[in-house]
Ligand binder design. Structure first.
Ligand code: GDG
Length: 460
């Protein structure tokens, strides 16, 4: 195996997917880690996104600016069990409060543990004594315990990008104790919100018999670890600048001229059942039904790049949305007006921020979401003189910080339709006040602050 030439004391970020330079990163973790590493420098270790005959036969190295990318390929079988299987068909639905969708295939857990073991083998071979290791997300929960088994004594932190449901739900996970107890092998476990932190503590105290001490310190057997709340941010200034400059880009001019003065409502989400898209389409349909005066005066643009399309539930939601969008347009469209523009494509971030800026309403209504960066990007992209309004699900972690948004229950069609009406009619002064309050938060808690606070707590 080739040896990764790491410099001592560097930050090693580990995540399942690595966003290589010049790849469009349509996931929140990839967007965030890219921004974090580009500023701080370090190593980013994970899956290349490629399938090969054998898992991790070689480690691929790529150096770009301050970032050293070290990636491995996965075999078809490991990909299917580890990524599509246990990560995305067992853990993801459970962590997003959908026990009804959990797949209990035992082969998936075996594949998950096997791939985590291979990640640990490759990493253990290259870690140097002063390196700090930052493991990300639900794909890699047992990684620290496997690194410890291989003699790694370094500081290792874990950050969960999804919500963590209460113990009563977590116990629906197959062999939950065996898996979740391995979190105790980290030095620090980070979560987006206080609710997630409470869930973690409750699970450890009630299900594993861990002792909870002050300062969110936990002890399980001989392992001690700390947990904490680290709400992820965005590169606020960069997004704001990109949005301010996007006006002259062709796609933005095209969008604006196509609107012919109509108010734009925008949604941008990976095509995922956690994002509440069918419910959102229903709420928009309800708005059109209730308020004929808005016909021809609004347009809803939903950008939804396909995600995890080899998983059946994701193919199903795509079919549902096509049907709903077709139905809404069939019902309300006029020869010169399309009520809903539904686009299964991804766009460069510069274009997205220009779209956000031209939207009177950002409609962000996940059923559950660890944080939701789109909500933050929408706010950061607004024109301070004439900002739009954010309609945000209470069940997104972002709602804990963005209390000046119009907070809604995404399952309550009438409530979302009410919020849309309110948002479309909101006076300028109120929009400015709400926007300023949210922007203050985003400026303080940006991506740099998030990385610094997590890494500082980990080094402590
Ligand atoms: C997970 C958690 C948590 C989307 N479409 C395009 C595009 N995107 C970018 C957005 C944003 C990111 O993808 C999506 O981030 P979210 O946070 O909204 O959602 P997840 O992907 O589910 O992220 C989430 C996050 O991790 C971080 O911890 O907030 O709760 O589920 O940055 O802009 N990017 C481009 N084109 C697109 O069409 N370039």
């Amino acid at each position: 195996m080739s040896v990764v030439p790491l410099r001592t004391g560097r930050l090693i970020v580990v995540s399942n997917r690595v966003a290589l330079p010049r790849q469009t990163a349509t996931g929140g973790l990839a967007s965030a880690m890219r921004a974090a590493l580009q500023e701080a420098g370090g190593v980013w270790f994970g899956w290349s996104g490629k399938i090969a005959a054998e898992t991790a036969a070689t480690v691929h190295h790529l150096y770009d600016g301050p970032v050293h990318y070290a990636t491995i390929d996965l075999s078809r079988g490991d990909h299917d069990h580890f990524y599509d299987g246990f990560a995305n068909r067992t853990l993801w639905p459970l962590l997003h409060y959908r026990p009804d969708l959990v797949d209990y295939n035992r082969g998936h857990l075996d594949g998950y543990l096997r791939v985590n073991g291979i990640f640990a083998d490759r990493l253990a071979a290259v870690v140097e004594p002063d390196d700090v290791i930052w493991v990300n997300d639900y794909h890699l929960i047992p990684l620290a315990s496997m690194l410890r088994e291989r003699g790694v004594r370094n500081r290792i932190g874990f950050f969960l990008h999804t919500p963590l449901p209460a113990a009563g739900l977590l116990i629906a996970l197959p062999r939950h104790r065996e898996l979740l107890e391995t979190l105790a092998s980290y030095d620090l476990v980070g979560l987006h919100t206080a609710r997630d932190l409470r869930a973690l503590e409750e699970y450890f105290v009630h299900e594993t018999g861990a002792r909870l001490r002050g300062g969110h310190r936990l002890r399980l057997g001989h392992r001690r670890f700390r947990a904490g709340v680290f709400p992820i941010g965005i590169d606020t200034q960069h997004v704001a600048d990109a949005a301010a400059q996007a006006g002259t880009l062709d796609p933005i001019e095209d969008l604006r001229s196509s609107l012919e003065g109509r108010a734009l409502i925008i949604g941008v989400d990976r095509l995922d059942y956690s994002k509440g898209l069918p419910q959102r389409f229903d709420a928009y349909a309800r708005l059109l039904e209730r308020a004929p005066r808005l016909h021809r005066r609004v347009s809803f643009l939903q950008i939804a790049p396909p995600s995890r399309s080899t998983v059946p539930e994701y193919r199903q939601i795509r079919r549902d949305l096509e049907r709903k969008a077709g139905h809404i347009n069939g019902m309300y469209a006029a020869p010169d007006w399309v009520p809903i523009r539904y686009v299964n494509k991804s766009f460069p971030h510069s274009v997205l921020s220009g779209y956000y800026r031209n939207a009177k309403v950002g409609l962000v209504t996940p059923m559950r979401d660890g944080m939701n960066l789109v909500a933050k990007e929408y706010v950061a992209s607004q024109n301070p003189d004439d900002p739009g309004v954010l309609v945000l699900s209470r069940f997104a972690g972002a709602a804990q910080e963005l209390g000046e948004a119009l907070l809604v229950n995404p399952a309550d069609t009438e409530e979302v339709a009410d919020a849309l009406e309110l948002a479309l009619a909101m006076p300028l002064e109120e929009r400015r006040q709400r926007w300023r309050a949210m922007m203050d938060v985003l400026e303080q808690q940006d991506i740099t602050a998030w990385r610094r606070s997590f890494v500082a707590a980990l080094r402590e």
